[in-house]
Every structure is written in C-alpha cells, then in structure tokens.
Design a protein around this ligand. Structure first.
Ligand SMILES: [Zn+2]
Length: 449
C-alpha cells in the first residue's frame, strides 16, 4: 500500500518535474514580440508633432505612400540569430508571426555595429523571415518549405534603432525609429506611389553595339554586379537614418529576395561608398542629377566617374532628395548609362526601379509594341479567386481595380507556379530570364579593361 503511494507520488513528481523542465522549451517556441504598442495617435497629430520640432517623424511622414502609423516601444534585441519566431502587429490589430530565414551579423566587429564617420554609415545586423506556418493563409500549391513572398519581414538593427519593411498579404509596412524611445510602424498604399522616370538608351551604331558576352552556363551561376554608392550634400546631411544606410538596406533586401530559389541568382555588391558634392536642389533635381552624373558635367561628378573606373563599379547609385518620381534611371542600361538616381523619400521603390536599370519593363498589354526580347516585362496574373497577383516589375498604375492587384514581391517566370498556374508568360513576362541574361552583360561592363 505504502509502496504504491510512494510510487504514485514519485510519478507525480516526475510528471511535475518534466513539465517544469519542458517549460523553457515551450517558451522558446513562442514568438518574441517586436515590442509593445503605444496608444494610437492619428497621422494629423503626428504631423503636428513634426511641425513642432519632432524631426525624426519626417522619415515616415515624407514617404508618399504612407498611411496610418502605429507607435511602438521596440525591443531591438529581437534582431538576433537566436530569435526563431518574431511577432509583429498589423493594421487590423492582429499580431502576425514570422520565422527566421536568414540572419546576418554586422560586417564590422561588435554586435551593434561600429560607425564609419567619413561616409556616415553604420553596418547593421539583419533579420529576414517569412510568415510562420501557424499564421499562414498560405496559398495552395506553395510548398511549406518555399519562401512566402506574400508575407515577410526584413529588419536592420543599428544600436537601439531598428529600420525595416514588412509585407503582410501583399500590404507593405515600413518601420523607422522616430525618437523619444519610439518606433513608427507605417501602413502604406502602393496606389500612392510616384510615377517612374525611365529614359531610353540612344540608338547605337551597329559597330558600337554592346559586345555580346558569353552567357554563363545554367541559371544558377551567381551574377555579381558591382555598385558605387553615392550621396549628395542634400542626402549626406541626413541623420537618423543616414542616407547611406537607407540605400545599403534596400540593396541588402534586394539580394535577399533574389535568392529564394526561383531561378535568379543576382547579387548587388557595394564596392565603394562616396560622399559627393554633386548638385541636388529644387533647380537641379531629377533628370538633371542623372544627366550631371552620366555626362560628368561638373567637377563633383567627374570625381565620381574617376572613382567608378578605379573601383570598376558596373552601376552608380546616387541617393538624392530632389526627385519627384520613384527614381530616375535608364531602361536596360548600358555601361555609359548605368546610373540610378535613388529617391531617398521613397526607398521601397528601389526593388522596382533597379529592375528598370537591369532591363525589366512594366507589364505588357494587348496592342503594345514588342521589344527585343519580347519577354522583358513584368507580369500580372489573370483573376484567381477574385484577385490578380503582380510581379516586381508591375507598376500599380496599371491596376484597373486598386483593391484587386496584390504584389508578390518576386519576379515572373513561366517555370514557377503561383497557386496552380505559371507565374509568368514566356512571350511577354519572363523577368527572371531577362534579368539572368542582362546580369551577365552588366557584370561584364568592366570586363577586359
Ligand atoms: Zn517602373
């Protein structure tokens, strides 16, 4: 009798102990919260705070696509390789969980990054993940293991500050440090995006046509495109965040999204960062900035041209302030036109804009001219269950019903499906083929020189 009671007690102790012991494991599997919500404040009230001197709100308020902003007290420690699962609030009050795909430590020693004062740049730690399987609304026929381009998050940590972009069911949110110990998570409306300003290359004489370089075998070869990153006096004076950091983060996100197993392996590699004295004012904005760099019209841009040759940078990306479009660049740039004027107020446009420079056009519509090659366009699917899905090269202005087009944040290819149908069209929408072919040309701009 006594023996069986003891046995029972010991069993209870074992059960209790094992549940206590398993507790830390259960906690470790729970999502870590990005931070705590502050009381809601409307956009107008935030605008009034900015006018009254809270300058750090500008980074969000100046962005043309911004809508509601939720203030948060973030825990910057969540940007860590030990964070497997991260949960973030969205506009409807839900918290959405993301699973870690990729963590990158800062390039310089120390977990928090060390500032490089000369170019105003702080290396960041990056946390990149897509929606957690428990939180899906994942599309059918997308394997659990595949990266989900409808819902993902990209965070950059510099000290106690976070910056980031989050996409939930195609809706983009931007995260910035707005000072006073607060961060702002801003919902966006991509229908408010600025237009593109994309120039065509001048016709080339046949004998001067860009030499054809042999295409590397297979699509798996990684194409490394070297980038010279440049600021102007107007963007170099930015602090919190630095213009150089904004551009670096976009390039980092671009590289992450390009390497998710959809047949494109394209990396932008920043080979040099430079603080230029190039003109960037209301009288010398947009196309004039591009022209100044492209033609080395001033001493400041001559210097950039020398640096480009010295560092053999295939592409020059200029972070500028006086730009009234998403970007100013050339369509399918050649070596002498490979300049990209990055609009610092709408950094999320970089994903789309750099596609133009590399050779992607907006979606092809019935009756449009065929370019050579004809497949160099973005893609918009037919209506599937009441919705159409768009690739990165798609321009929101081509959406006939703004509520009905959802970005997938991936390039088109007829070789991959979305839902049960090919996400691309071999005749008019194969951005991955176009980019793989163009990347070989662009990475060889300095070949043999
Ligand atoms: Zn465009």
């Amino acid at each position: 009798m006594r023996g069986s009671t003891l046995q029972h007690i010991s069993r209870v102790v074992v059960v209790l102990l094992s549940s206590v012991l398993s507790l830390p494991i259960a906690l470790a599997q729970d999502a870590v919260r990005l931070g705590e919500l502050e009381s809601p404040v409307d956009r107008q009230a935030l605008k009034a705070q900015e006018t009254a001197g809270r300058d750090r709100l500008k980074i969000l308020l100046e962005n043309p696509v911004g809508t509601d902003i939720q203030l948060l007290r973030v825990n910057p420690d969540v940007v860590n390789e030990a964070t497997d699962k991260l949960s973030v609030p969205v506009a409807d009050g839900r918290w959405v969980s993301f699973q870690l795909r990729n963590y990158t430590a800062p390039t310089s020693p120390g977990n928090k990054g060390v500032e490089n004062a000369a170019v105003k740049h702080i290396p960041a730690a990056y946390w990149f993940g897509d929606i957690s399987p428990d939180d899906k609304g994942r599309a059918p026929a997308v394997p659990q293991s595949a990266f989900d381009t409808t819902s993902f998050i990209f965070l950059a940590r510099r000290g106690e500050s976070l910056r980031g972009q989050m996409v939930v069911n195609g809706r983009l949110y931007l995260l910035e440090d707005v000072g006073n110990g607060q961060h702002g998570l801003m919902a966006t409306n991509t229908a408010l995006e600025l237009p593109c300003e994309v120039l065509e290359n001048e016709p080339e004489a046949q004998q001067n046509a860009a030499k054809k370089v042999p295409v590397k075998s297979g699509t798996e070869a990684i194409h490394n495109i070297s980038v010279l990153l440049v600021t102007t006096p107007a963007t170099n004076q930015m602090i919190n965040p630095y213009a150089m950091d904004i551009m670096t983060d976009e390039i980092e996100l671009y590289n992450r999204l390009n390497n998710q197993g959809q047949g494109l392996s394209l990396n932008l590699i920043v080979v040099h960062k430079f603080v230029s004295g190039a003109k960037d004012s209301v009288f010398n904005g947009g196309k004039k900035i591009l022209s100044d760099f492209r033609n080395s019209e001033t001493e400041a841009t001559k210097k950039v041209s020398e640096l480009r040759d010295k560092h053999r940078a295939d592409v020059v990306i200029v972070g500028a302030r006086n730009v009234s479009s998403k970007e100013v660049t050339y369509q399918g740039a050649r070596k002498n036109t490979a300049f990209f004027v990055f609009n610092i107020t709408t950094p999320q446009s970089f994903l789309h804009g750099i596609g133009h420079l590399l050779g992607v056009r907006h979606v092809w519509k019935d009756g449009d001219l065929d370019f050579d090659p004809s497949y160099q366009h973005g893609y918009l699917t037919p209506v599937y269950e009441g919705k159409r899905y768009a690739s990165i090269g798609f321009d929101p202005k081509d959406c006939t019903d703004a509520n009905n087009c959802q970005y997938l944040y991936r390039y088109s290819t007829p070789k991959e499906n979305y839902m049960y149908w090919p996400f691309g069209d071999a005749v008019h929408g194969d951005e991955i083929r176009r980019l793989n072919e163009r990347a070989v040309e662009v990475e060889n701009f300095y070949e043999g020189l």
